[in-house]
Design a protein around this ligand. Structure first.
Ligand code: PLP
Length: 394
């Protein structure tokens, strides 16, 4: 008799965003015509930059010309895009071969699919508070999860000790939800730990483009020893506004091997079996991001979000509220004032200032008492929300 994957029964209801939608829906029902200041969103608000739009149009036109038409694309990514991404890394001092870069439809897809490379008996360490997909993808695969709580005492940036034991290690830096960024020394501790124990680090670099402090690493491969213990998963979603356009990339070094199995070769085999590549048009749009013009334009968009972050950070500084993130990340993670719980603070902000944020408890137990603000909203809404916060909490 057919047996479903019973591990799906172990998934917890994804109540975080469901609850937020329910509470805001109820508020709007009771207060029609009220404008809500949505500071919880993880989606971008600015459109694609001109260089990307131009590439999209040109690529669409190519598809109408027999000599320029493209059918199936190479499963692991178009040569022009793999090479543009590898060159981008090389420009930042990280030496990669083009075929160590795999083009994907986004980081979410890869974070789930990559688990195909590892035995079900492997355990996964998840640093919490965490992006909820890490836990859920591992529950679906029936893997044992090792929860590593972090907190204000370590700036939400824990490092391993002799009790840390897991086969797979998820590291997200800059972090969603905390906005905290691991230093070189902290990442080196994780890399050394992984190499010593034979673990593999899954490094989520979805927010690397927000790092402005030159001393902070934007890629795990800036750390010596990472080529033998890490896979990097990245995305153009937040870097270049591709949340709806869909494009990402994954770096698997040739040197990453366990039990005589080479993970780069395994991923080639996986992709050539399970995908038929990302569309030509979208890959051309992606390549435009890595041109000098594209880089300059995406930086202008990121600067808008960074200005939002500054506006909010100024208010929290004035109010003396502890927070992390904001400077090198599009999220600000703060301690709820007056000892309020995450959901208590959520209700308070919604009812008293019509501001919607994200309760920290939704990212893991240790997020209780904390709150996430996103900086992806419109500047006008962010300014008004900041003014309301100052008035309400001052
Ligand atoms: N990783 C983290 C930490 C994220 O916050 C997100 C999206 O919010 C993703 C991955 C998913 O990115 P993508 O849009 O490329 O699927």
């Amino acid at each position: 008799m057919l047996k479903p994957n019973m591990f799906y029964g172990d998934l917890k209801e994804s109540y975080l965003f469901y609850n937020i939608a329910k509470k805001t829906g109820k508020y709007l029902e009771e207060h029609p015509d009220t404008h809500l200041y949505r500071m919880g969103i993880g989606d971008v608000s600015l459109p694609l930059c001109d260089a990307v739009i131009k590439a999209l149009h040109e690529a669409a036109d190519d598809q109408s010309v027999p000599e320029k038409f493209n059918g199936y694309m190479p499963e692991c990514g178009a040569g022009f895009l793999r090479s543009a991404i590898a060159e981008h890394y090389r420009g930042r001092g990280v030496q990669l071969a083009d075929d160590e870069v795999f083009v994907s439809s986004g980081a979410s897809d890869e974070l789930g699919d990559i688990l195909d490379l590892f035995d079900r008996e492997n355990s996964s360490l998840i640093i919490e508070p965490a992006y909820p997909a890490y836990v859920d993808a591992n529950v679906m695969g029936g893997r044992k999860i090792v929860h590593l709580a972090s907190g204000r005492d370590n700036g939400f940036l824990p490092t391993p000790d002799e009790n840390t034991k897991a086969d797979l290690i998820y590291i997200c830096s800059p972090n969603n939800p905390t906005g905290a960024v691991f230093s070189r020394e902290q990442l080196k501790a994780w890399v050394d730990h992984a190499n010593k124990n034979g673990s593999v680090i899954l490094f989520d670099a979805a927010y690397e483009a927000f790092i402005e402090d030159e001393s902070l690493p934007r890629s795990i491969f800036e750390i010596e020893g990472a080529r033998t213990c890490a896979i990097e998963i990245c995305s153009l979603s937040k870097t270049a506004g591709f949340t709806g356009t869909r494009l990402g990339y994954t770096v698997i070094p040739h040197d990453l091997e366990r039990s005589s199995m080479n993970f780069n070769k395994m991923w080639v085999r996986n992709r050539t079996t399970k995908t038929n590549g990302v569309s030509y048009v979208i890959q051309r749009a992606g390549a435009a991001v890595f041109t000098p013009e594209g880089q300059q334009q995406i930086k202008q968009n990121i600067a808008v979000y960074k200005k939002n972050a500054k506006v909010l950070m100024k208010v929290f500084d004035q109010l003396g509220i502890w927070y992390t993130g904001g400077k090198n990340a599009p999220y600000i993670w703060l301690e709820c004032p007056n000892g309020m719980g995450s959901w208590e603070f959520f209700d308070f902000l919604l009812n008293e200032a019509q501001i919607v944020g994200t309760p920290g408890e939704g990212f893991g137990k240790c997020g209780e008492g904390y709150f996430r603000f996103s900086t992806f909203g419109s500047p006008a809404d962010t300014e008004e929300a900041a003014a309301r916060l100052l008035k309400l909490l001052g």
